[in-house]
Ligand binder design. Sequence first.
Ligand code: SF4
Ligand code: SF4
Length: 170
Amino acid sequence: MAPAEAHLCFECGLCCDGSLFADVMLQTAELESIEQQVGYEYRDGNPFLQQPCLAYRQGRCQVYENRPQGCRSYECQVLCDLKEGRIKRPEAGQQIHQLRAIIEIINRCLAILGETDLTLPLSHRIESAMGQAWDLNEPQEKQEAREELQQIVPEFESLAGERFRAVDIP
Ligand code: SF4
Ligand code: SF4
């Protein structure tokens, strides 16, 4: 990876910290090494590395040389566009900044609504908050947080879906 592209991922980390994904599917051959380094869980008979990934610390993957194939092969659309010269480095950074700003608002709303377990992926915390029953007698702050969350989550899903979860189809 060229320096500008590598630096973009160092600045970002959204595909490791639970913001975009809840897990990474693992291959059987990877299990022993991942078990020693980070651990994994089974779901529906398949092994997954849970996110937020425990190997993501100080803004870096701490098992980079031995990261799973699912991580190794993943490149979001922003990174693909930068690599292919369709966007410049400042624009790529700006898109990360834009998504991060939205995530900050979501996290503020989630904190007010009591969804503070940061060991869970963002999608699980959003789902849990959205599933809470509306209570017209609850504090104004909570009602406003619910309304703001309802408005901002589609914005998050749109930007995340178009620029960060979507990848080039060869
Ligand atoms: S979301 Fe994209 S830019 Fe961010 S770390 Fe992952 S691949 Fe890199
Ligand atoms: S193993 Fe490394 S690259 Fe994969 S999700 Fe964890 S921190 Fe990210």
